[in-house]
Structure formats: C-alpha cells, structure tokens
Design a protein around this ligand. Sequence first.
Ligand code: GTP
Ligand code: MG
Length: 271
Amino acid sequence: MKVACQIFRLLSRRNFSAGTKMAKSKFEYVREFESSDRCLPNTWMVVRLDGKGFHKFADKHNFEKPNDKNALSLMNEAAKSVMKEFKEITLAYGQSDEFSFLIRRDHDLYNRRSSKISTIICSLFTSAYVFHWDHCMVGKTLLYPPCFDGRVILYPDEKNVRDYFSWRQADCHINNLYNTTFWNLVLKGGITNQQAEERLCKTVSGDKNEILFSQFGINYNNEPEMFRKGTVVYRPKDRSKRSSNVNVEHIDIINDAFWLEHPHLLNKIRE
Ligand code: GTP
Ligand code: MG
C-alpha cells in the first residue's frame, strides 16, 4: 500500500500524458480560437527584422552619421547568434537597422508556423543585440531597451529569393549614397539639413558622386564596403562546419558571381 501511494504521488507530480488522456478543464475550448499560420510547404522563407524607431535610437546613442561602424558590427553579431542557433538559415543580409534571414525551402522548423518562427528569431536577435552591446559599443551605455519588428515572406523560387536580396542590397546602395552625400554637405559643407535636402532633391547617383568628389575629395567607391554593400552572413559549404561556422562578408549579391560560387545556399538538402 505504501509503495502504491508513492507511485501514485510520483506520477501525479509528473503530469504524465503518454498514452493517458488528461481531463480537460472547462476552459480548454478557448484554444479553438487559435488559428493555424502554417506556411506553405516547399517555399523559401525570409524573415526580415527592422529596428523600431532607430532614427531616434541612433540619435540618443550618438551613432556616427551616416554610418556607425560599431553599431553595424553589433547588428552583425546579433545575426550571427541567430544563425548559430538555427541551422535551417543558410544566409542573412543586413544593412542599417534591418536584417533578413533566408530559411531553406525544405525546412520543418516549428512545423513551419509563421508567428512562432518570426517571433523567436526576432526575440533572439533582440536579446543578442543587447547581450553584445558592451562588447561592440565600447564606452557607450545602453539607455533604453531596443526592439525590432519581424515579418515572414514566402518565395516560391530561387529567382524571387535572389531578387529579394538584390532589392535589399540596391536599397542599401541608394540610401548610403544619399546619406553619405547629405551628411558631408551638412557636417563638412556647413549647410543646414533643409538646404542639403533641397540640394539633393532631383539629383541622380552620378550627381551625388560628383558632389562628393568635387566638393569633399571623396571617391564613393573607396568608402568602406560594409557601408556600401551591407553585410552578408552565410554558411560555408563544408558540411562538417555547418554546425556553427558562418562567413561574414561585405560583398555583392546582386550579380551572379556570389551565387555561382556558393550554389549550396539555394539548393535543397533532401530531394
Ligand atoms: P521604423 O522602422 O518605422 O520604426 O523607423 P526607423 O526610425 O527605425 O527608420 P527606418 O527603419 O526607416 O530607418 C533606419 C534609421 O536608423 C535610419 O534612417 C537612421 O536614422 C538610423 N540608423 C541606422 N543605422 C545608422 C547608423 O549607422 N548611423 C546613424 N547615425 N543612424 C543609423
Ligand atoms: Mg527601423
């Protein structure tokens, strides 16, 4: 009897369920209100994160204008933390306050549940951003908690995936050329923000290159690659290194060369 009592106590403490139907509470029905957000199978999944109110966040933390090398490195560290945790991510691309993660099309991460995937990647990225702050932002105090939004976008084929990343890298180029010219006009040229805005409105990229060169002696092509191209984090081909190694480079992903050199990034594991 004593042994039977002990076994009963042990089992009831473990909330055992294997093969045993637990009695449901009368409140259980509320689960029926949850809707499935399972993503289409066999599609590429991109999770893009973007800093909330980073215009203000950058100001409050005295980020260098237009590019703060340490702040961008911090974003890259956070992205590496995410890639180390989720091996299904083959590649990530970041610029400014955003990062996009590519999850291979045949993955079964969290049963392909969209909100589960986006929220867990978003929260890991955010906590890693805070975790690595002191290391990257030497001598700067984090004044308030940063946050990022996240979304999932599905792409049916490789061309769409490549076009997506081309879109983000082209955006990086357009914004960075504008911002570099804008802040040189303001910080070195001594004109106001509004005057700089007026000067740049209706200019094409050639005009901005010309302003930088003739007025400030800057050849835009010599600006740091991290600023001009953003950051690409990807898994090397060697499978034995897949567990934790990632490469971090500031390279072109619009042209074919990168994808031809790393075909495994867009290939299926299982056929
Ligand atoms: P929401 O994303 O809509 O919440 O607005 P946001 O203020 O984050 O602006 P958005 O995402 O459109 O753009 C990112 C902003 O972050 C830029 O406009 C810059 O103001 C700021 N930012 C990002 N990286 C840097 C940097 O390296 N240096 C500086 N000074 N600012 C940066
Ligand atoms: Mg933002």
